[in-house]
Design a protein around this ligand. Structure first.
Ligand SMILES: Cc1ncc(C[n+]2csc(CCOP(=O)(O)OP(=O)(O)O)c2C)c(N)n1
Ligand SMILES: [Mg+2]
Length: 719
């Protein structure tokens, strides 16, 4: 459905047309340029003026035309006069529209940000928000979370002395304003692109990125470490962790709170950015608790009054702290969770009110010890489509900023995640033991389909990968067959849970790893490169990698029959176009590969969806006269030893291809197998080498890592 959001007043001053890059007529006279700049500045700072100007022009246009057209003045006829007037007016509007980033243009660092008045800071945030929306519409990224943190980022850099003071952003998907404030406005145009800046904070990218991010729930532990180091080194710097309500559900966040709360001497501020959302609706008991403390009417009314008086005088605030805590406890009728962990609790405050934020942060800056500020924000703030459908606008892809219409590729094959989601519903209908478990990614992995169809058999456990796996193990130990879906890179969090809770106990948990392999623009923290290497060492675990949609579906069915630990890893993005929806299920024998193409000169061994590029390369090599056999291993573990023995005995040359880490990966394992079984083919393995791969399109990264179609062809032809 297409929405028309013509009222952009919500996102600041100016209209949707402001996003357009408008070519400006060249002006030769410097004086005129200077006066135009001044006029524009006045209009931007006092946007209402523009409104009155247009009102005035249109109200008095007939009168002006009549006057100017009189022979005494310009000797123009009515038509000429109106043309002159309209041209002048249009020029004014266009040049203002082209350059409404007056403050954004002027402010290139937090130091410069501090020169703004609080009124200007408001205008600056409006420009910032508009710039983020405009840029993300053509070069997509994490929009809604960043829009919700515009004022927070601005207020933090306004009050704190960054980079000496440290701000640690949890996950880091909300840092677009922070990046722009800290001198990366131009670089922002190329965020997430090959060679451009990252979409997440990176220490190597900027001194203002105090700690790198991408995965959730890290900030409190990291910030506490920094605060402790400052304390030990006698440095006076302040450390702030900014963590969302979703990320606060991760166990690591509580480990950080538990540890930091016991260190009264450590100066640490945790800002809880509470928008009642993870990617999807927030879940769990913490959500209810946060809702309760932020909506307690009596307490908040009292608090607002107290804050109004006290926050101007930190000393008084500190003095009243004990009394305040008692009041909070009395009014809320239970103790405050954070205060129970020795964190002084402040808030909740409106995270979009700059005066409130600035005043509060200034007051808190002067209060020592561990403290937590509860800030209420709106995910997608200032862009109505994003405010209305937060999960979709978490990372919406490209869109039309004026209409809010998302630009979605038409006619593409089904996404692997949707094949997973639909198949899970089908399996749940077939077998009452089937349940779904997701750590806060129901729409990310399409488990929302099961959530809708059978809500009682689907569990969103919060951003808690370790718990998700162990909870699944518990379900399995008591007779269920959980399908636990975790993005490959986030599964790194649950390594021991897979080993200790699932594999050693040989429990029938189906671990579905979405986003296996290179993921593209999300970059280094999100590539799912280590799964096959890391879990390939775990006894009793099956690791399957489908080559297309039908295989994914059949592997899920086979996993249900297998009765033991079973991992299925598949990539981000669209399938190969294989029919799958109404196909009958087929059991795929565990550890059995298949021959896709017969040949005699070289054997290609592939695992997973890279098989498609390999098949095309084999075809092209054949056209050049080389006879290439192609085997799809299907399973990274156990390996098909019969197939390997055949390959080892028939071929002198083998090329292996995998979308994963070469170290400990399938290629290395196959080579080791050949060696230990007396086969001596020369093996060339393609995959991801021993280095960090940054962001770029998947196609660019495949080429960079040397396993796109061209690279495979070169390897086959030994070029
Ligand atoms: C360990 C880990 N699991 C899952 C994710 C995927 N993820 C990215 S942002 C996000 C939601 C975070 O919610 P919150 O912290 O409240 O921030 P908001 O998006 O609401 O601003 C999730 C689940 C992740 N980045 N890291
Ligand atoms: Mg949130």
């Amino acid at each position: 459905m297409m929405h028309k959001y013509s009222d952009f007043s919500a996102i600041g001053k100016g209209s949707a047309a402001d996003f357009a890059e408008v070519g400006r007529p060249a002006i030769s006279c410097e004086g005129m340029q200077e006066s135009m700049r001044l006029v524009k500045k006045i209009f931007v700072l006092h946007a209402d003026l523009k409104k009155y100007l247009s009102l005035f022009t249109f109200q008095f246009l007939p009168y002006l035309i009549r006057t100017l057209a009189s022979p005494k003045i310009l000797r123009l006829n009515k038509i000429q006069t109106s043309l002159v007037l309209y041209s002048a007016y249009s020029y004014l509007c266009i040049s203002m529209a082209a350059d409404e980033y007056i403050l954004l243009n002027r402010i290139g660092s937090p130091r410069e940000l501090k020169t703004l008045t609080q009124e200007e800071l408001r205008t600056y945030c409006d420009e910032l928000r508009r710039y983020i929306i405009g840029e993300c519409s053509v070069n997509p990224g994490h929009l809604a979370s960043s829009l919700g943190a515009v004022e927070l980022a601005a207020a933090l850099h306004y009050v704190y002395d960054t980079p000496e003071d440290k701000i640690v952003w949890d996950v880091g998907h909300q840092t677009y304003a922070h990046k722009i404030i800290t001198g990366r406005r131009e670089a922002f145009r190329n965020k997430r692109r090959l060679g451009g800046i990252s979409g997440f904070p990176r220490m190597a990218e900027s001194e203002y990125d105090a700690f790198g991010g991408g995965h959730a729930s890290v900030s409190i532990s990291a910030a506490f470490g920094m605060a402790k180091a400052a304390e030990l080194r006698g440095e006076k710097r302040k450390v702030v962790a900014v963590i969302g309500d979703g990320s606060m559900t991760g166990g690591l966040a509580f480990e950080g709170l538990n540890n930091a709360g016991a260190s009264k001497s450590t100066d640490l501020l945790v800002i809880l950015n509470d928008n009642n959302m993870a990617i999807d609706q927030a879940t769990g008991a913490l959500k209810n608790y946060l809702l309760k403390i932020s909506t307690s009417v009596h307490y908040n009314r009292l608090k607002q009054r107290l804050w109004g008086v006290l926050s101007h005088t930190p000393r008084l605030l500190r003095l009243c702290q004990k009394m305040g805590n008692a009041v909070k406890q009395g009014v809320l009728n239970n103790s405050n969770l954070f205060e129970s962990l020795n964190f002084r609790y402040f808030g909740p405050v409106d995270g979009h009110s700059l005066p409130e934020l600035v005043r509060t942060l200034r007051a808190l800056r002067a209060i020592p010890g561990p403290k937590l500020l509860h800030v209420m924000t709106v995910k997608g703030k200032g862009y109505l489509p994003a405010e209305h459908d937060k999960p979709v606008w978490h990372a919406p892809g490209r869109f039309n900023p004026e209409t809010g219409e998302r630009i979605v590729a038409q006619g593409a094959a089904a996404r692997y995640q949707d094949v997973f989601g639909r198949t899970l519903v089908d399996l749940a209908q077939l077998d009452p033991r089937v349940v779904g478990v997701t750590p806060a990614m129901p729409s990310g992995c399409s488990m929302n389909m099961l959530m809708q169809a059978m809500p009682e058999r689907c569990f969103d456990v919060g951003i808690a990968e370790g718990h998700a796996v162990t909870f699944s193990a518990g379900l399995a130990a008591a007779g269920m067959v959980p399908f636990c879906n975790i993005y490959s890179s986030f599964m790194q969090r649950a390594y021991d849970n897979v080993i200790h809770d699932v594999a050693i106990q040989n429990l029938p948990v189906v671990l579905c790893l979405d986003r296996g392999g290179l993921v593209g623009e999300d970059g280094v923290t999100h590539h799912g490169l280590f799964d096959m290497a890391a879990f390939g060492t775990v006894p009793s675990l099956t690791i399957a990698a489908p080559m297309d949609e039908r295989e994914l579906r059949n592997m899920m069915y086979s996993a249900l029959q297998a009765g033991g630990p079973y991992m299925i890893r598949y990539p981000r993005g669209n399938g190969a176009g294989a029919p799958w929806q109404d196909e009958p299920f087929e059991v795929l024998p565990t550890g059995k590969g298949r021959c896709l193409r017969e040949g005699g000169d070289v054997a290609l061994l592939t695992v997973g969806t890279v098989g498609h590029a390999a098949a095309r390369a084999a075809e092209r090599a054949a056209a050049e006269g080389l006879s290439v056999a192609h085997y799809d291993l299907r399973f990274a573990k156990p390996l098909d030893e019969e197939l390997l023995a055949e390959v080892g005995s028939r071929f002198a040359r083998v090329v292996t291809v995998e979308d994963g880490s070469l170290r400990g990966g399938v290629g290395e394992t196959v080579t080791a197998w050949f060696n230990s079984h007396g086969f001596k083919p020369s093996v060339r393995s393609l995959g991801v080498g021993d280095e960090w791969i940054e962001h770029g399109t998947p196609a660019q990264l495949y080429a960079l890592c040397g396993f796109d179609e061209e690279s495979i062809l070169r390897a086959i032809l030994q070029r």
